[in-house]
Design a protein. Structure first.
Length: 261
């Protein structure tokens, strides 16, 4: 009679160990603001499938990739593909995209003018100082008819690639995270939405110009090359690409952040 309870105890122990073996804890880097808010929702869903996520917030674009490459993170979610490509090329990282996340349309903001037509000759325009987002800002300025770029400049255009600048705009390159704070000192600033929203700027309501939603700047979820096919990555993507997370994005950001799936 004593053997049956012992057998049950053993079976429960094995089941508990198996369940524990399926659990996985990962650290995911995000920039503060929308990326962090979205990942909080992903975290809740992923935990139901045994994936425990620790969210690590950063205030710039450089450190999340450095931390991932060094092994201090398991994944990050904050950048678009052109930025990742540039980081891999320049820094020798072996980081890969495993899925898309959201699109943050870049906007032009101002506290001094209400439209681009009001820009005076010699106006100061602040843009991000990293190659891909700086190029993105210049392409937006070109799209809005404020300047022209050399055709061969591509996505990594710099102020040196400006071929025509009829208003003699002064381009000021600054750290992307600092741009919202410069609005009192410049005429317009090209600001990424993930930095605009925490600063109280709504792209839909406050931007005097906004880039097209279709383009190469959809954000991506990134891991080290060796983790590309890891089981936890599939669990992460399942949670991120869920109807629940899409609904949160649509409700919380009201069109200023666009789900990619």
């Amino acid at each position: 009679m004593l053997r049956f309870p012992k057998l049950l105890i053993a079976l429960f122990a094995v089941a508990a160990l198996a369940a524990h073996a399926e659990d996985k804890s990962v650290k995911i880097g995000v920039t503060a603001g929308p990326h962090a808010q979205i990942m909080e929702q992903v975290k809740k869903l992923a935990e139901k499938d045994g994936l425990k996520i620790q969210i690590v917030e950063f205030s710039d674009y450089v450190q999340p990739n450095a931390a991932l490459a060094a092994g201090d993170l398991d994944a990050n979610s904050y950048q678009h593909q052109p930025y990742l490509d540039n980081q891999n090329r320049d820094r020798g990282y072996k980081l890969v995209t495993v899925g898309t996340s959201v699109t943050f349309p870049m906007g032009l903001y101002s506290k001094k003018v209400k439209s681009l037509a009001e820009l005076a000759p010699g106006a100061t325009v602040a843009v991000p100082n990293d190659p891909t987002n700086g190029g993105r800002a210049l392409l937006l300025l070109e799209k809005k008819g404020l300047l022209k770029l050399k055709p061969e400049a591509g996505l990594k255009a710099t102020p040196l690639d400006i071929s025509d600048n009829p208003k003699k705009l002064r381009i000021k390159e600054l750290d992307a995270a600092q741009l919202p704070r410069t609005l009192a000192d410049v005429d317009i600033a090209a600001i990424n939405t993930n930095y605009a929203l925490p600063a109280g700027l709504n792209p839909v309501k406050d931007a005097i110009a906004l880039e097209d939603l279709k383009g190469p700047y959809v954000n991506v979820i990134v891991v080290r090359e060796k983790d590309r096919d890891a089981a936890w990555v599939k669990t992460l993507l399942k949670a991120y690409h869920s109807a629940e997370v899409r609904k949160f994005i649509e409700t919380e950001f009201k069109g200023s952040v666009i789900a990619s799936w």
